[in-house]
Design a protein around this ligand. Structure first.
Ligand code: NOJ
Ligand code: CA
Length: 710
């Protein structure tokens, strides 16, 4: 629950209002609490609103347009005059239910501009919040006669950037973000984008070839780091960015529906916040709390049932090519609710059978894991390539060889939870129809967590994964789940925007290229040094790390090698923040490598404090975190294809106490390509004055646990 611990420490004129009688061409500025950022707002003589942003005197966003085009073809970006401007300031501290920090400070200054179109009489509000780590602004559509129900044709918001920064980008796509990131100058994007789309996941309904996705990380080398994204995306489509004209002039490109409508809105609503996180030190981007601060406080009064956890699962065996299947039979002609599975011949390779799941439960209990995910437990997987069908799965009918009652009893007896799996194949309307019953089914058998999935490039009913209808769907699922005290981990949903503050039962999301790709095309070594600056800006990721067996070819043909060293797999538990962490490999591989496995068993999933020690987007990230409520620290460091030495001063440790550090480092001959299994584990006593200098191999990483010596 959000708790406000103190109010307005800073004395700024809390609310000064200037009423009416402002000239049509008019400007105002606002500075951040610490003074490094300055926001400018201006109305042109034609009544067009513009904003700009400066950081330590240098331009971050040059004068950029604000406003909308309403359907059919109504300009809502000009002809305005300023009706009223209000300033406010806030300095509070709140406590997330779980997170990277026990307390989060929300210190910002606000400028709220009320605009009115002289001709139409329509009103629009732009609310700016300036923090020391960046800017957030959103539009508010006051309830009014001329704007009761309306449709957005365009949002014209621009982010006009100076020069030609380096960008870490994904091609625009209305349905997926499971791409590798491309790093290039912004001016090079248009020339590269079609090549990047030649991925198997490329979509049918692509936005123009000048559109990229957010979170977009930008770097003016040696000078400035900027992240553009959004916060609190609810009842509105996701924002992508169009490089249209001059390549550094980005403008909002909202994901439409197939009628070409961007959003169906009603007076009294607000847009998500547009966010610009800024610093001259890349570490500050990762330490930013701006997106969380712009989200609404927790909606749930009682959050005692929400808890971070570590899990294993009947999962990787489906990807390693050993023949284990989600499906129970090889039969294709399935009719959900009508086919009697007991009459079907089993294929003999079904993964989620009772005896096999019990092995995972035993393993979880033996090693202190909280939960076991079971995929392939329910009827319908025979049809799982059935894109664009509406009734593929049942979420209440287990396969005949999955004894749901017996397994619930068995797991409870061992103190282990089971995680339910709902793959929808993007048949979201059908999923909503089944959800009330599915949640009751979960409650009946004691399931507290559901992993949802939206595989498939297209959605029946002409919707896109990142459009307004699906954005509402994901939130509805989180809300309905909360009513049944169920936590959610969504895969293939729209990328997060900090909503985990408001819905803390929405523990994690995938929404980017995760570990599963190690078994498809592979993952580039710089991926782990990019994602914290892009995808993770919006919220935790269920990345599913911990693949110990690096040579996947031993499982079957057409499988390559994991694209990191073994030590890097451990580091990901710290660098890829999530309150829900999987140990994703086959459990047999953990018993084969018990020494590195100790780190996964020890590492925490909820934190009092997080220190970003080293970071450069695309190159390396080193993070130290203190376990919630305990004096135990964990460090993770990752690098791209270049080896490096991480320099880690232990100055965060408390004075006068001895600790034992266990260092899981790349071995002397480790290399992500030629020698990925070489790991060197050592222990030593450490204290606050020490500095660890640790070598990371090319494509490597390092993990350290620091536990009290006694
Ligand atoms: C894709 C998900 O990311 C993966 O974790 C899951 O196993 C498959 N879909 C099947 O639902
Ligand atoms: Ca996926």
């Amino acid at each position: 629950m959000d708790r406000l611990l103190c109010f307005s420490r800073r004395l700024l004129p809390a609310c000064a209002a200037f009423l009416l009688a402002l000239p049509p061409a008019w400007g105002e500025t606002l500075s951040s609490p610490g003074g490094d950022l300055e926001l400018g707002f201006r109305l042109s003589p034609e009544g067009m609103p513009f904003y700009s942003l400066r950081y330590k005197g240098q331009a971050v966003v040059e004068e950029s347009r604000l406003g909308f085009v309403l359907l059919p073809d109504v300009a809502f970006d000009r002809g305005f005059s300023v009706e009223e401007v209000r300033f406010a300031a806030r300095d509070t501290v709140w406590e997330p239910v779980w997170g990277q920090w026990r307390e989060i400070r929300d210190c910002h200054r606000e400028m709220c501009v009320r605009l009115r179109q002289a001709e139409s009489g329509r009103r629009l509000v732009v609310r700016f919040r300036l923090f020391d780590d960046g800017l957030g602004f959103r539009y508010e559509f006051p309830a009014q006669e001329g704007l009761r129900h309306f449709m957005l044709g365009e949002e014209v918001t621009e982010f006009r950037l100076p020069g030609d920064p380096v960008a870490f980008w994904l091609p625009g796509d209305y349905d997926t973000n499971e791409y590798p990131t491309t790093t290039s100058r912004l001016s090079e994007v248009a020339g590269l984008i079609e090549g990047v789309r030649e991925e198997p996941l490329a979509v049918k309904s692509a936005p123009p070839g000048t559109v990229v996705q957010t979170p977009l990380m930008l770097e003016w080398p040696g000078r400035l780091y900027v992240n553009i994204h959004e916060a609190a995306l609810l009842d509105y489509p996701a924002m992508q960015l169009d490089l249209g004209g001059r390549p550094s002039d980005l403008s909002a490109h909202l994901v439409p529906d197939k009628n070409g409508v961007r959003a169906y809105l009603q007076g009294g609503c607000v847009s998500p916040w547009r966010t610009v996180v800024v610093s001259d030190d890349a570490r500050d981007i990762l330490a930013s709390t701006l997106i969380l601060n712009l989200n609404e406080p927790c909606r749930w009064e009682d959050t005692s049932w929400i808890r971070p956890m570590k899990y294993v699962g009947v999962w990787w065996e489906y990807f390693t090519g050993q023949g284990s299947t989600w499906a129970y039979s090889d039969e294709r002609d399935i009719r959900i609710g009508q086919t009697d599975y007991r009459q079907l011949p089993p294929n003999g390779r079904h993964g989620a059978n009772t005896a096999h799941v019990k092995e995972y439960i035993d393993f979880a209990a033996r090693h202190g894991f909280d939960a076991v995910l079971v995929e392939g437990w329910n009827e319908g997987w025979e049809d799982n390539r059935a894109y664009l069908k509406e009734r593929i799965f049942s979420f209440t009918r287990p396969y005949p060889d999955f004894d749901v009652e017996e397994l619930s009893r068995y797991a409870a007896g061992k103190g282990v939870e089971l995680i339910m799996h709902h793959e929808t194949m993007s048949s979201a309307a059908d999923y909503e129809r089944q959800l009330p019953e599915a949640l009751r089914f979960m409650r009946r058998y004691g399931y507290d967590v559901v992993k949802t999935g939206y595989v498939g490039g297209v959605i029946p009913r002409s919707e896109y994964h990142d459009g307004q209808w699906m954005v509402n769907h994901y939130a509805r699922v989180a809300e309905m789940a909360a009513r049944h005290r169920v936590m959610v981990d969504s895969h293939e949903a729209v990328r997060p925007t900090g909503l985990c503050r408001t819905y803390p039962n929405w523990l994690a999301q995938e929404s980017a290229r995760g570990t599963e790709f190690e078994s498809f095309q592979g993952i580039r070594p710089d991926h782990a040094a990019i994602l914290p600056f892009t995808r993770l800006m919006g919220g935790p990721m269920d990345y599913t790390p911990g693949i110990f067996e690096g040579d996947l070819s031993q499982y079957g043909p057409n499988k390559g090698r994991r694209s990191s060293t073994l030590a890097k797999q451990l580091a990901l538990y710290v660098t890829m923040y999530s309150p829900l962490q999987m140990a994703a490999d086959l459990w047999q591989n953990y018993e084969k490598w018990p020494d590195p496995f100790q780190f996964i068993k020890d590492v925490a999933v909820d934190w009092d404090d997080t220190r970003i020690l080293e970071a450069e987007p695309g190159d390396y990230v080193t993070i130290a975190r203190k376990e919630k409520g305990r004096e135990r620290w964990f460090i993770g460091g990752v690098t791209d294809e270049q080896g490096r030495t991480a320099c880690i001063p232990l100055s965060f440790l408390p004075e006068g106490r001895a600790f034992v550090a266990t260092i899981y480092a790349d071995g002397p001959r480790a290399h992500w390509q030629d020698n990925p299994q070489d790991i060197a584990i050592s222990t030593r006593e450490v204290s606050r004055g020490d500095v660890l200098r640790l070598r990371l191999a090319p494509g490597g990483g390092v993990a350290v646990s620091i536990l009290p010596a006694e």
